[in-house]
Each structure stands twice: as C-alpha cells, then as structure tokens.
Ligand binder design. Structure first.
Ligand code: NAD
Length: 470
C-alpha cells in the first residue's frame, strides 16, 4: 500500500517532468503542432467511440449509449472541430492603440501558454468533463495532467490508454486511482487547475490551490430552476424539462433541479410531466435509454429525499409505466415528480442529482424571481416564455451561470458561448474560445518608439510637466 507522501511524490515527479518539457521548448507549441495533436486525438476518440460507450455503460451498470454518444463524445468532437477552425485567429497577436502620449509606439497583447494545466473531472460526464478542458488547454499550447473521477474507473482507465497512445506522458497524461489520488492531485503546484464537482469539494480544492497561488476555474453544482411562464404551453414545457431532467437519470450538473409553475397550472403541469416521462421511458428496467444511478450511496440518498417528502405530507408521484421492480440492486430509480414539499426538506434545499423533480408554485413573476434570488446562484436557469420583455426581465433580474430560454441544457453545447457558474455554482469559464483564453496568459507588450512625448516626462520635471498636469 502506497503512503500519502509517496503518492504525492509520484504525482509531483510527473508534474516536474511535464514542467521541464514545457520549459525546455525554445518557443511555445506551434499552431501546427496543436492542430496535429487535436487531429490525433479526434481520430482516436472517434475510433474508440463504441468501446468508450460500452465501458461507461459498465461503470454505471447501465448508461444510455445514445446519451454517451450524443452528450459526451460528439460534443467533444464538435468542440475539437470548432477549435481547429478558429485556432489561428485565436492565436494571432492583437494590436491595440497606445495612449496618445506614447505614440508612435506600438501596443499589442498575445495569448501565451501558462505551462501545465491540471484538470479534475466528475463521474457524471466522465469523458466530457475531463476532455473538454483538456482540449482548451491543448489549444492554448499547454501540457496537461488529467484526473478523472474514481467513480467511473473503467472509463478512466480506457481514457488513460487512449491518451497514452496519442501523446507522450510529458505532454498529456491521465492519472487514475482512488480518492486519495484526487486529494494529492489537488495539492500540486499547477500553472492552472480546473475542477468540476460539488461545491463542498470545490472549496477544498481552492484551499489546496491557494497554497501555491495556483489559479482555479471551479465548475460546481447547485439547484438550477426551470421557470414556466404563465401563458406558456404546459405540455411543451413539461416535455423539455423532463428531457433535461431525465437525461443521465438526472445526474447532470445543468439538469433542471426544480420547477416554478403558476399555482393555477400546477396540477395540469404535473400531469404533463408524468405523461412526458412515460412517453420517453415506457419501461425502465433493461431500457437501454434509461441510465442507472451511479452507486448504492447515491441511490440511498435519493430514497431518503422522497421518504422525507412523504413523511412531511408532500406528494410523490412515481412514473413507472411497466410497473417494474426498481431497486437499489438494479440501480434503476424511477422518474419521480414531487410537490407540496415542506420548505425545509432536502429536495428544496440541496442539489438533487437524480430523477426527482420538485414542483413549486408561484403567484406572480416577481415572486418567482424572488424565490430564485433568495437561494444560492444557480449554474443554469431555464425560462419558458415567448414574451421578449418578460424574457429580459428574468434574464436581467436573476444571476446564473447561463440561461436557456424555452428549452433545457442547450446553452451548454454552444461552441461560441462560455460555460461556467457564478457564486456557489463556480467561477471562471471555458469551452471554445473561452477555454483558450482561460488557459492562456493574456500578456501585454508595449514597443517604445525612439521618439515619444513620454520621454519628456522624466526628471527634472520642468515646464512641460506643468503643461501636462496643469
Ligand atoms: P465530487 O465533488 O464528489 O467529486 C469531483 C472530483 O473531486 C472527483 O474527481 C473526486 O475524485 C474529487 N474529490 C472528491 N473529494 C475530494 C477531496 N477531498 N479532495 C480533492 N478532490 C476530491 O463531485 P461528483 O460527485 O463527482 O460530481 C457531482 C457534482 O459535480 C455535482 O454537484 C454536480 O453538480 C457537479 N458538476 C458540475 C459540473 C459543471 O460543469 N459545473 C459538471 C458536472 C458535475
């Protein structure tokens, strides 16, 4: 059994080799080398897509292959394509106008790689959350150490092999192993560390990083609301919300965590939610489209959430159309709509991260906005309304990591939009150009000219100085 100190020493060695390889380069990794690296990785990912989906399926004991392909592998491939299309422009130096006193000097800024980037992922999208930051880091010319979650170990191991076949260890490498590896990893002196996971662990990681003044990007969780406008078509809203909620069986950071619906529409909306869930998943057990809960611990956590609601006289509607046995052993947790929940219950106060959807009612839009703003800032917000002025009111009146209007999840996969939380849901952003910028140093460069007024502003300060300052 390896000790904590030995583990830290091993990881430190890998980091030291990467830092050395980075420093030994006379110039940053070129545009062409970055493109080649992205090409190589894109081809490997595409070739291994079915193996990867099958392996994630094993880790979950049942994970929708369609979702692995649609929501992880093809999102990553799409991000690589987007990056390759725009990288030359992103890397180009940007010339700006110097202050007039410094003319005819020249000013510009360049994006320079930082060095070695640490990436810590979460199990719920084991590929996407490890590889999307990695692509951003590679595009910016860095070396990368990737640490996937220990809760999907088979996928982590396959990812390690694929990356080891594509890249030398001192350029990009994947670190596997148990929780103790994550703990040691977060204490390493990276040039930047991006962490995806829970808010509580995010605080620990940030504290560890502070020891070396390592800058962090934190991609955290929270309770993302779906607010249904008073006049919006309830059936269509329920279909969108349930799709967002039940993808990956609710184990999605941007899943709608709870719904705010006008009190007059509550019962009708609940019925539409039940219908939508039953249409998407006519059966649950052995349904290749319905994902299982990752572990017995998480399954029990979800059971406790519904048990508490029942014990406090709330309503729990389970959607199990084929009336199958959903158990902790088979890992299938049925879609569950809950309402009339007591204000203090866990369902309304902690991130659910499973297929349980609480419905909360409001009487006025202002009241709904206040309900959202009384709580920690969410990672995502969904608003269903076709009225522009009301859309603006909700967008301006709330603060969240991102917003999708009249849909769920979709802002996350826009290559031209930043992805990141705010407050309790995180700090910083990545994806596409934002990833490139996050993993770069935006360095200011000024070229002093031979002739410049500024040279006259040196001691002894005489009449010219008085002319300037008045
Ligand atoms: P988690 O915080 O338990 O684990 C995330 C990572 O942190 C894992 O790699 C784990 O090994 C590591 N870790 C755990 N304890 C640690 C410690 N004491 N020190 C150092 N590292 C430690 O989260 P999870 O259960 O893997 O993922 C679920 C959470 O992640 C949810 O809150 C979800 O909302 C959030 N999430 C956020 C995003 C996003 O993009 N914002 C995406 C997916 C998941």
């Amino acid at each position: 059994m390896i000790t904590k100190d030995e583990l830290t020493a091993q990881l430190s060695n890998t980091l030291a080799r990467q830092k050395k390889a980075f420093r030994q380069r006379p110039t940053p990794i070129s545009y062409q080398e970055r493109i080649d690296a992205l090409d190589r990785f894109q081809a490997a990912l595409y070739e291994q897509r079915h193996d990867l989906a099958a392996t994630i399926n094993q880790d979950y004991g049942g994970r929708s292959t369609a979702e692995t392909l649609l929501m992880e592998i093809f999102v990553i491939i799409d991000e690589i394509r987007h990056t390759k299309r725009h990288l030359r422009k992103w890397m180009a130096p940007n010339h700006v106008m110097p202050n007039w006193q410094f003319l005819p000097g020249r000013a510009r800024y360049v994006y320079q790689p930082l060095g070695v980037i640490g990436v810590m992922g979460a199990w719920n999208y084991q590929l996407l959350l490890a590889l999307s930051p990695m692509i951003g880091a590679i595009s910016a010319g860095n070396h990368v150490m990737v640490r996937p979650s220990e809760l999907a170990p088979l996928t982590a191991e396959l990812m390690r092999k694929i990356i080891a076949d594509c890249f030398p260890e001192e350029y990009v490498t994947v670190i596997t192993g148990g929780l103790e590896v994550s703990q040691a990893f977060s204490t390493l002196p990276f040039d930047h560390l991006i962490f995806t996971g829970s808010t509580n662990v995010g605080k620990i990681v940030m504290r560890n990083a502070a020891e070396h003044l390592t800058p962090v990007t934190l991609e955290l969780g929270g309770k993302s609301p779906a607010l249904i406008g008073e006049n919006y078509d309830l059936k269509s809203a329920a279909q969108a919300v349930l799709h967002g909620k039940l993808s990956n069986a609710g184990q999605t950071c941007v899943a709608p965590d709870y719904v705010l619906v006008h009190e007059k529409s509550r019962d009708e909306f609940v019925q539409h939610c039940v219908d939508a869930a039953a249409t998407y998943y006519p059966s649950l057990v052995n349904n290749p489209d319905y994902t299982h809960i990752i572990s017995a611990r998480h399954y029990q956590r979800l059971e406790k959430i519904t048990a508490e609601i029942t014990s406090k006289s709330g309503k729990v509607v389970t959607v199990n159309p084929a009336n199958e046995a959903c158990t902790i052993e088979n890992g299938v947790f049925p879609p569950t709509i809950v309402y009339d929940c007591a204000d203090d219950c866990v369902a309304l106060n902690e991130e659910i991260f499973g297929p349980i959807l609480p419905i909360v009612t409001y009487r006025t839009l202002d009241e709904a906005i206040e309900y959202i703003n009384d709580r920690p800032r969410p990672l995502a917000l969904y608003y269903f309304n076709r009225n522009r002025a009301l859309n603006k009111k909700v967008i301006d009146g709330t603060l969240s990591g991102g917003v999708t209007i009249n849909g769920c999840l979709y802002h996350l996969v826009q290559n031209n939009l930043p992805f990141g939380g705010v407050g309790d849901s995180g700090m910083g952003a990545y994806h596409g150009h934002d990833g490139f910028q996050t993993f770069s140093k935006k360095k200011a460069i000024f070229y002093q000219s031979r002739f410049s007024l500024s040279k006259l502003l040196r001691p002894p300060y005489g009449p010219l100085f008085s002319f300037f300052v008045g």
